[in-house]
Write a protein that binds this ligand. Structure first.
Ligand SMILES: [Zn+2]
Length: 55
């Protein structure tokens, strides 16, 4: 199951989330970034960091 923590990308945040597939996870990360960090859109560099994180 793909998962993500904000700490993985250097955010000072305790979010840990997972989803049944990558598309759902990306949606969750996008929503969290917007609501918790005020990031409206995650740019390509950010996604590269996210994808690089070992799962
Ligand atoms: Zn966060």
């Amino acid at each position: 199951m793909p998962s993500f923590t904000c700490k993985d990308i250097g955010m000072d945040c305790n979010l840990e989330t997972s989803a049944s597939n990558e598309a759902d996870l990306e949606k969750k990360i996008g929503e969290h970034a917007r609501s918790a960090h005020g990031i409206k859109t995650l740019d390509k560099d950010m996604w590269k960091k996210i994808k690089k994180v070992p799962r």
